[in-house]
Ligand binder design. Structure first.
Ligand code: FAD
Length: 619
């Protein structure tokens, strides 16, 4: 092993894998260190990638050359487009995945990347000189030097697993925790750490489930997949043996709720044993019963953990009640009366870094060459982690190459929305993405991620020439068809206006017969992958033209405010009339632009006006 790398990435979860790959793609020699090589890219919780807003993030990662979309496509055992009956702003792709196949795919790709080395070990401390990281050490006493580092340790920092009132140290079930590094972040880097909590349901064996008592949920029959790229841009990856497995829906019963109520004295959450804060949006089953007593039953999904395993994940039944109570809960659900549990549900508490200590580049404000990404920054979810990982890896490599780090805007991506929220707002519970967090969600759609981000990715070196050429060919074909639709007229109206008359989501194959004008007027529309993508964009443009233009105008107003930079050492004490609350929030966050200052909770528009005047005087 060399002992100097441009970038060292600590942790090979979803953030770490994308970070190492992004760093390597722009030419930085990268070392990825992780506790267990066989657990690279492990899905600690549900066996699925994507979903509401998360699917958009996977498309964004893919558009910037990342791996998550491509690996998901080969490991997918069921693809669905969620929210298809609603507007295109909220359509969200989701794939049920073969967990093991996903891990093997990501591991293989990393191992084959020329600029990446991988090492199984535990990073225990940082090597530092003059406030900067010069390397890391591990439990073997290796000293590995680097120009920049990314920490992506997920739920592992001081991790504690709860099964009823028993608890054990652990990074997740089957993995030991990372305690020394947590201490190093606090003591060597003087970072403020907090404590969060999340949980996972039990797994049960298929041969003991009576699926006939449940509703079957099939996959979409689409040619749809996550990655927008044609085949051949990645190494040959392991492929799931089935891509069309069903999931099942079933409801819990009155008895399930009653069992929870009878056993709350064994719940570590309700007995105050768990101190970490959990997410409101993904509550444990006992939380649902206590907080929503008016709901007699709750919807559960049975999701396969893979195509070559009997294990099923019970989505919606996350709990930290003791194993014996879990067994009773599960047996009270129709079709699961005789289910055998293969893994118990549990909750986990872990340390995280308060993300107001980060820049929007994901760099630690107090340390020029250290970045953090993923669950360590207070988020929850594989996709949120991977999106941050990609940006942190890119920026760490840029620092190693003597360049300045870059940001992603709220107007260009959900990743930008998330990072801006994390660094600007108070994070008091695990943060997850929703479409409602984005103010420009008609622009930030799952179908146009490449149009939003591939140019940026090419400029920063993330996107290779071959993908960029493919993107340019698609973009110019789309532009040509759009211009044609705007300019060409039939029966007194532009073709784009005619397209509005078609029912929502008409597939291209059907549309060519139903178009409200002769199909020959749009000769470029072929029923192939590119043609179908162009068709979808046309439908969105036709239906939402006015709204899209309004959002574009708002975005250009925001961009102006984003160009009003606030110097890092700006003296807020000099602004007369600023409220004390605004002053202390501004000092805490230290926003880099006026637009970011305006998004800080508690900073009023009047105070922003004062700040704007003060900034204009300073310039
Ligand atoms: P992880 O995937 O946790 O990866 C961290 C990596 O860091 C691991 O590979 C580990 O080996 C490595 N590592 C740690 N310390 C060191 C060290 N000192 N040196 C070297 N390597 C190190 N998400 C949801 O969206 N919804 C849920 O309901 C949900 N429930 C969850 C329940 C449980 C019990 C757990 C454990 C997680 C749950 N998650 C859930 C979270 C989800 O797993 C994470 O959001 C996601 O995996 C975070 O990715 P990451 O890359 O940040 O970290």
């Amino acid at each position: 092993m060399m002992n100097f790398y441009d970038v060292v990435v600590i942790g090979a979860g979803h953030a770490g894998c994308e970070a190492a790959m992004a760093s390597a793609r722009i030419g930085a020699k990268t070392l990825l260190i992780t506790l267990n090589m066989d657990h690279i890219a492990q899905m600690s919780c549900n066996p699925a990638i994507g979903g509401i807003a998360k699917g958009q993030v996977v498309r964004e990662i893919d558009a910037m050359g990342g791996a998550m979309g491509i690996v998901t496509d080969s490991a997918s055992i069921q693809f669905r487009m969620l929210n298809r009956t609603k507007g295109p702003a909220v359509w969200s792709p989701r794939s049920q995945c073969d967990k093991v196949c996903y891990q093997r795919g990501m591991k293989l790709w990393l191992e084959q990347m020329p600029q990446v080395d991988v090492l199984q070990s535990e990073v225990t401390a940082f090597l530092m000189d003059n406030g900067k990281i010069t390397g890391v050490t591990n439990q073997f006493g290796d000293e590995i030097h680097c120009a920049a580092a990314v920490v992506t340790t997920g739920t592992f920092l001081n991790g504690k697993l709860h099964y009823g009132l028993r608890n054990f140290p652990g990074g997740r079930a089957g993995d030991f925790p990372s305690n020394s590094l947590s201490a190093a972040l606090g003591e060597q880097l003087k970072l403020r750490l907090g404590r969060l909590k999340t949980g996972t349901p039990a797994r049960i064996l298929a041969k003991t489930i009576d699926f006939s008592q449940m509703a079957r949920q099939e996959c979409d029959s689409a040619e749809e997949r996550f990655s927008c790229w044609s085949a051949g841009h990645s190494p040959a990856l392991p492929e799931a043996v089935r891509h069309d497995l069903p999931c099942y829906q079933v409801y819990s019963t009155d008895e399930t709720a009653e069992i929870v109520r009878r056993n709350l004295q064994y719940s570590p959450m309700y007995q105050g044993v768990i101190k970490g804060i959990g997410t409101r949006y993904c509550p444990s089953f006992e939380d649902k019963v206590v907080r929503f007593p008016q709901h007699p039953r709750h919807l559960l999904f049975l999701e396969p953990e893979g195509a070559q395993t009997e294990e099923y994940y019970i989505n919606g039944l996350s709990t930290s009640l003791p194993p014996e109570v879990q067994r009773q809960l599960i047996h009270s659900v129709p079709g699961m009366e005789h289910a055998v549990l293969s893994r118990y549900a549990y909750a986990i508490e872990y340390d995280f870094v308060f993300p107001d200590q980060l820049e929007r580049t994901l760099r630690i404000k107090s340390c020029d060459n250290l970045f953090t990404a993923g669950q360590i920054n207070g988020t929850s979810g594989y996709e949120e982690a991977a999106g941050q990982g990609l940006l942190a890896g890119l920026n760490a490599a840029r620092i190693a190459q003597g360049k300045s780090p870059v940001e992603l805007g709220r107007d260009s991506s959900y990743i930008g929305v998330m990072i801006d929220d994390l660094t600007t707002k108070d994070i008091i519970e695990p943060y997850r993405l929703f479409t409602s967090r984005a103010e420009y969600r008609l622009v930030l759609r799952q179908d146009n991620a490449d149009l939003r981000l591939s140019e940026f990715a090419y400029e920063t070196g993330l996107l290779p020439e071959s993908k960029y050429r493919e993107f340019c060919a698609y973009r110019s074909a789309l532009t040509e068809v759009l211009e044609l639709c705007r300019s060409r007229r039939h029966a007194g109206k532009s073709l784009l206006v005619h397209l509005k008359d078609l029912p929502d989501n008409t597939p291209l194959a059907e549309a060519t017969v139903r178009l409200p004008f002769p199909a020959g007027l749009l000769p470029e529309l072929n029923d192939d992958r590119q043609g179908r993508r162009i068709w979808r964009e046309l439908q969105v443009e036709a239906r939402y033209d006015g709204y899209l233009q309004r959002e574009a105008a708002e975005i250009s107003r925001l961009r102006k405010l984003e160009t009003l930079q606030i110097p890092a050492d700006f003296d807020y004490d000099r602004i007369k009339g600023l409220s004390n609350e605004s002053r202390s929030k501004l000092l805490k966050v230290r926003p880099t632009t006026l637009a970011q200052a305006g998004r800080i909770d508690g900073v009023t528009p009047a105070d922003i006006a004062l700040l704007q005047v003060a900034l204009s005087r300073k310039n």
